[in-house]
Design a binder for this molecule. Sequence first.
Ligand code: ASP
Length: 408
Amino acid sequence: MSLNSQILAGSLLGIGLGGLFVSLGSESVWTVKGLYLCQIISSVFINLLKMLLVPLVFTSIVTGVANLRLHSQLHRVWKLTLMFFVVSMMLAIMQGLLAANLFAPGKGQTLELLRQASPAIPAKTMTLGEFAAAFIAGLFVNPFAALAQGNLLAIVVFALLLGAALVAGGERYRNILLLLQESMEVLLSLLGWIMKLAPYGILALLAQLLATQDMLVLASLTKFVVIIIATTLIHGLLVLPLLLWLLTGVTPRRFFAGARQALVTALATSSSSATLPVTLRCMEQHLHVKPEIAGFVIPLGATINMDGSALYEAAAALFVANLTGIELDLGQQLIVCFTSLVAAIGAPGIPSAGMVTMVMVLQAVGLPTEAIAILLPVDRLLDTVRTMVNVEGDMVASLVVQRWTSDK
Ligand code: ASP
């Protein structure tokens, strides 16, 4: 069986197993033992991916930037990359707002009713200004501390600068560049081994996800959950593939065939960062994006480009407004639009990160920040789809950038 079919089989078995655990009940010894085993398998898989994450991001960005600069493409590449990130996130936000305005989830429900069902958690409040200050301060950090702590944003910034400096230094630093390039290649072959575990890891993650979902809360939030999942899927299955096809001529069929390992891994892990090694592999090996473009766009995208999260933050803010009976006028919705963009850019690629940065969106329009306690029980479920679309956005971006910067 090919790896793709094994991953598909693993996903289906995982969903089946999760359903079995639900029907056995959480008290059953089989459920307890099964979930314990799933926990071990899934954490080994995620930890193996994370093990490669930091060295892979570092080496791929340095070598990517260096090679782009060498071919004097860096200017065009970074401009186009950032432009595409912003445009696709804005499109996602528009869809989120449109869906929330059309279907008005939360209207008729009250905050009090739902609050009883969910444990109150204290929301950490942060204004837009404080958030921006913390974000900027977090960009420039001692690189060794950043590497040791897995602080991706700071690693990305340092690697960008180092890559530029290596090329500016010319021949003198050729060996360092060569060392980093070969390190990246060896890390990718290591990833090939780890991917053999992917079907088991994904099986265990999906079984756990299903078995631990709080069905009671899910039922009371069905409308909201359905709207979010459907809108996110429209962005992922229609808007992004259409953009890709129009801008590059790559057909959706070809794209999804090459991208599916990364998409399934994103869905199961709910982490763009943990998925990053797989995303890079798909782009370079299956979709044939040049390593210097993929090495630049993908890690940058995994840290700042989040279409699914942006869509979610905007739609969820309107949902909370409906719950509290507050009407948001056009001006306020524009604020939601802008802050959702910033919040999605600032969210790290880890599970439920978007949930935390959403506090900022709520605050910007004066909505109660404790409301995130209501969304928390369903967040793990929603995070699967939004992370998948986050990762898809990065992949589409790298194909678009490659097409529009390659010499005719
Ligand atoms: N889990 C998402 C990601 O890793 C971020 C989020 O929570 O929105 O891309």
